[in-house]
Design a protein around this ligand. Sequence first.
Ligand code: ATP
Length: 411
Amino acid sequence: MLSHCFSQGDWEKREMSDSIGRLLIFVNPNSGYMKGVKTFKEKVEPELRKKRIDFELIITDGADHAKNIVETRDDLAEFNAILILSGDGLVFEVLNGFFNRPDHWELLHVLPIGIVPSGSGNGLLSSVFASRKFPLKNPAFMNKAIDLVTSATCLAQPVNLIHAQTRDANYAAFLSVGWGLMADIDVESERWRKSLGSNRFVVGALIRCCNLRTYRGRLSYREHTLSDDSAHSPFAVFGRTAAEKLRDCTCNKPGTSRRNRSEPATNRRNEDIWLTAHSIEGIPPIDEKIPDEGWTVIEDEFVGVYAMAASHIANDGPMQPRAMLDDERIYLSFIRKRDLPSRASLIKMLIALEKGNHLKMDFLKWVDVSSFRLESLTPGKGRIVLDGETIGADSIQVTVSNYRTAIISDL
Ligand SMILES: Nc1ncnc2c1ncn2[C@@H]1O[C@H](COP(=O)(O)OP(=O)(O)OP(=O)(O)O)[C@@H](O)[C@H]1O
């Protein structure tokens, strides 16, 4: 066995002549309880060595470090998977790094992402685990995640991505879009991240309900009417690198669905890439008027709007249990001020989230959509949070796409 270290920054490279595969690993040292590096050294690295899984470790030094690496590395396809020790924020960053690569169309599908939940919000992995009936409470949650990503026989599950468009930018997302109540809770409880971990959401929720704000906005949506595409099968992570999988692939180009089998978007600009990502009729880009036909428009005073692409926003109860990993719909929910009986009912709703009983509350409306547009009518008031990250925009349009990533999810 050969091993060597590079002294440049936090980069470490190992080589094993008899390895079963190779991971590119990002560890965010500051996420969650700030135990990512310790978890890696004490729990993940020994397993990788035992299982003869080669790896390159990158300890991220701040926002966009991982994204820049994913955007620019020309040897990305030589890995079997990308492993992330952080929360949903770093997964979001890495995924959006893919979209700035000319080969993103091919690579996204064959280079899966493994997650060891070390952030304060791990909604994507929670959704994956819930779909497999794996444990969601620590330490079993963390231990199972480590077992999966360090197993020679692990499988990756295709997961649908949604396209979020603001007036200035395009994003790939996998989890949620929030505005108003839930977005405020997420961002305002950030200050307790290190002391409370995921319990910060509970404290933030109580404070925000006592000091309730409402927001004037316009919510337009197009209901989901198409039948869902058939489920996509999991595939083996080790054995072949992403490059080898691509060479052997005789299937449809990754990211295509029966609705859009257009050519890969190689060498296109980021905004052009998304033009072919959703080919459902009647969905205009954000700077064009909402069509008169096929859309519902609500202009009102909102307590909040929250949309889910997956079932869980954290490793407690499901926000939307019907959401599947690879269905092609967005589960849009909203609370209008006029529908809310009292602040106490809001607190009851947030408590009910743990067991999924919030779904029975009439003032919380749900609708399955293919696309929605949210416009704040008091610009500067009310932040929009995408996959847990604040984006500086007053309006957003979110649409199902035929892009998929793959998440390590099974043995
Ligand atoms: N070394 C670092 N220091 C600070 N931030 C970092 C570092 N490395 C990455 N980041 C940024 O931290 C952000 C949040 O990370 P992530 O969501 O994965 O963890 P988290 O603990 O759940 O955080 P949050 O609660 O803020 O979502 C990511 O968007 C990433 O850009």
